[in-house]
Design a protein around this ligand. Structure first.
Ligand code: HEC
Ligand code: HEC
Ligand code: HEC
Length: 90
């Protein structure tokens, strides 16, 4: 019984962690602000491991990675947005 309580507390703790991981991140740049909806991506894709290797943590996003493996490559595969202005909003 005590074990069960501990497991449930652990699960609740993990749940809170998932909830507080940045809901949405914006990247400001001269081409136009890109909004990455972290929460929606997590829910739509259903698996943190689609983007995170091992324990989810900060991923560096720059122009090169965003236009490649970190963002756009998956969009190409999964019919996500690939046009400049789909991501960059003035
Ligand atoms: C579509 C790809 C993708 C998915 C799916 C995803 N993440 Fe992330 N995650 C990212 C990116 C990109 C960043 C870095 C954002 C930034 O620039 O700060 C990040 C950052 C994080 C961070 C670090 C936050 C910070 O402020 O440093 C945590 C923790 C995290 N994600 C947890 C999760 C968890 C838990 C899930 C599953 C529910 C998940 N992620 C699903 C792409 C993703
Ligand atoms: C593993 C796959 C995957 C990765 C990685 C990924 N995305 Fe997406 N993204 C998708 C899919 C699939 C959709 C379409 C979702 C839909 O239409 O419901 C989408 C939709 C979007 C949209 C449009 C959603 C809206 O609110 O209109 C934006 C903007 C976007 N992604 C930005 C990003 C950025 C920025 C990154 C990198 C930091 C990224 N995505 C990484 C799969 C991915
Ligand atoms: C999948 C979403 C996505 C698409 C599609 C996309 N970008 Fe980006 N782009 C980003 C992200 C995210 C960054 C990184 C911003 C940062 O580092 O803060 C970026 C960075 C840039 C930068 C760098 C701006 C600076 O201040 O250094 C330029 C320029 C740019 N993109 C132009 C384009 C052009 C032109 C296209 C179309 C051919 C395009 N992008 C398509 C997401 C996207």
């Amino acid at each position: 019984m005590k074990k069960l309580v501990i497991i449930m507390m652990l699960l609740a703790f993990v749940g809170v962690n998932v909830a507080i991981a940045a809901d949405s991140v914006t990247y400001e740049n001269k081409k136009g602000t890109v909004t990455f909806d972290h929460k929606t991506h997590g829910e739509t894709l259903g698996d943190c491991a689609k983007c995170h290797e091992g324990e989810p943590a900060k991923i560096e996003v720059d122009k090169k990675s965003a236009h490649g493996d970190t963002c756009k490559s998956c969009h190409k595969e999964m019919n996500g947005p690939t046009k400049c202005n789909d991501c960059h909003k003035k």
